[in-house]
Design a protein around this ligand. Sequence first.
Ligand code: NDP
Length: 212
Amino acid sequence: MPPPLELTLILAATRDMGIGLNGTLPWTGLKREMAYFARVTKRVPPSLPPTTLNAIIMGRKTWDSIPARFRPLKGRLNVVISRSVTAAPSYPRDANAEPVMASSLEQALAFLREQQTQTQPLGRVFVIGGAQIYGAALGLRETRRILLTRVVSDFECDVRFPLQLEEGTEGWKRAEQGEFEGWVGEKVEEGEEGEQEENGTRYEFQMWERVD
Ligand code: NDP
């Protein structure tokens, strides 16, 4: 029996959970932050076979926000959710060339569960946005963890993550640094007061876990 499928949400958000502006990110130039996102979503736990691929699930608008030359995001199985999808999801011939399309998050998860028993082993499953798909995922018991880059600097935003995640948020607790680093599989930089700065934008990497 493969282990039960677990979802990890990964996002960068301001203190009031702003994540987007005009169909794109509210900030630019956070290269180290984007490199962290790429490493963490690609990294497969060492206990799994080397051919294992992680999956990233996103809404159609987030897919549209990625420049065509960069998508699908390489080294991960990209899954795009859109109501306009009518065919059942199928595994692409080349996961680096085309995404899996699904008509709902539930259909995407059912498809990924089937893949766990096929020849291409499936590793971790991340939900990478946007707000609509995060909202759908927060309602599922499979969602166990949130990797949050807390952007401390202020930015104008028109899209928000649908949960104000902070100390005392019901059902969630912030993971200790050791546990966080153990799960992501790398040392997580801690600057002054836990914050670091890139191009004048201050942020902090955090991990939150669902409390049952
Ligand atoms: P989403 O990326 O969540 O995509 C929304 C689309 O997903 C809908 O229009 C629909 O596609 C499809 N969809 C949504 N719900 C369902 C459902 N229940 N069943 C089937 N399909 C569904 O859009 P948002 O506007 O919420 O978020 C986009 C914004 O978020 C952008 O500004 C982006 O840059 C930002 N973002 C920020 C991140 C961060 O970490 N800061 C991460 C990711 C995105 P269709 O219309 O085709 O039917």
